[in-house]
Ligand binder design. Structure first.
Ligand code: COA
Length: 383
């Protein structure tokens, strides 16, 4: 039986919160006229060219770039914090090998929370300690989970190696060329932070109830998993593989003719191009030369120029990052966990900022369900 719907009372709905400013932030912004992303005022492309990811992780935690001593201390602490317990490694071994890596990551982050002495402590000092531990431990559990899915044994972290070298060593048992390491490091810097995107907003919503950083991060992973957000870098690689040996231009024209959403293109904020893309493309191309992956670059360039010519929709960061990760040897389902290793810095910075002037995030909705009704006892309801 249909029942009358309540009359509309609010008309100013902003679906997807598009264009809505919900709070202030000091962490990052897209400069309106230049359309490029800055972290604490520094353009990300300058950070990616001139700093490494550890400097950027320090910046996102402290609001300033480190000097030499601060950098050395920060890296030292990161190296010392990489270890994880035998218990979590045992838990990883119980994961079904075909389970979704983002579910594995959510489970690992929740488990790291179970073991973290500061888990329930929301002081700034405790959250700074947790920031460091998550930054250092996530590569360890990501590599462990990745190897588990391939039936390979865990390789423990090596405190003598830098962040990127250690990660490759834990994943593959070897360290790639300098160009490949730089491309990976650049991707970490470019993925680290991006304002009130869906996963960061999720983290802020969660912490606004005075929950905790591990809960905020595991919730954010759930948001990042979706193909309209973090999952796009994986979808890009599937698209490139689907093009295969075919004609990329024809593939794109056919896809557009059938109104397909093309992964790795478009952005809620950048309508004339994502400021992170030229930098990532430069290092993707260098990595491709080092790894013999030029065919992916050529294919990508044709897809990109066709999309721009036909729809004037530009690529986002996932477009060059997806094939870069593939060429580096990462399994496609693990591309988004790599994104987590980077974005944990932005999420944690936002959690700390939200707590610094917290107000429970609790928006309203416009009700369009049935009008008020009287309850009929169950034995009198129509069959
Ligand atoms: N492929 C094809 N068409 C696209 C497109 C894409 N990747 N991105 C946007 N469009 C088109 C839409 O179809 C829509 O056209 P219409 O007005 O004729 O209906 C128009 O551009 C506006 O798109 P919309 O989805 O409303 O913009 P948005 O700001 O809500 O969406 C994204 C932004 C990122 C969700 C969207 O561009 C998208 O789905 N991209 C693919 C997924 C992706 O790469 N995500 C990673 C983001 S960093």
């Amino acid at each position: 039986m249909s029942v009358p719907a309540a009359a509309n009372s609010v008309s100013n709905i902003k679906k997807g919160l598009e264009g809505v400013v919900t709070d202030e932030t000091r962490i990052s912004r897209v400069i309106p006229d230049k359309q490029y992303l800055t972290y604490y005022g520094y353009p990300v492309q300058d950070l990616a060219e001139n700093c490494d990811f550890m400097e950027v992780a320090y910046l996102l935690l402290n609001g300033e770039l480190p000097n030499t001593k601060q950098y050395a201390d920060f890296c030292d602490m990161e190296k010392k914090s990489r270890g994880v317990s035998g218990n979590i490694l045992s838990v990883i071994k119980t994961f079904p090998k075909n389970s979704h890596p983002m579910r594995m990551m959510q489970t690992c982050i929740a488990y790291l929370g179970l073991e973290d002495a500061d888990a329930e402590n929301n002081s700034v000092e405790a959250n700074r300690r947790k920031y460091m531990r998550l930054l250092a431990q996530l590569p360890t559990v990501t590599a462990a989970a990745m190897r588990h899915t391939k039936g390979e044994d865990f390789i423990p972290p090596d405190p003598k190696l830098g962040y990127c070298e250690n990660f490759f060593q834990m994943c593959f048992g070897k360290i790639p060329s300098k160009d490949v390491l730089k491309a990976f490091d650049v991707s970490m810097t470019l993925y680290a932070e991006h304002g009130f995107n869906a996963s960061t907003f999720t983290a802020r919503v969660i912490i606004s109830s005075l929950s905790d950083l591990h809960s905020a991060a595991s919730g954010a992973v759930g948001s990042l998993k979706g193909p309209l957000h973090g999952g796009a870098n994986e979808a890009v690689m599937h698209m490139l593989m689907d093009v295969g040996n075919g004609d990329p231009k024809k593939w794109m024209l056919d896809a557009l003719a059938t109104k397909k959403k093309i992964m790795g293109f478009g952005h809620r904020v950048y309508k004339n191009g994502d400021s992170r893309v030229p930098c990532m493309k430069k290092y993707r191309d260098l990595a491709a030369k080092s790894l013999g992956g030029e065919k992916w670059v050529e294919m990508s360039n044709i897809l990109e120029s066709t999309m721009i010519a036909e729809k004037n929709i530009h690529p986002n960061l996932d477009f060059p990052a997806g094939p870069a990760y593939y060429m580096m040897g990462f399994p496609i389902p693990f591309f988004t966990p790599l994104f987590i290793m980077s974005r944990i810095t932005g999420w944690a910075a936002h959690v700390i900022e939200q707590l610094s002037s917290n107000k429970l995030i609790r928006p309203l909705s416009q009700y369009i369900g049935p009008v008020e009704r009287k309850v009929t006892p169950i034995n009198q309801r129509a069959a």
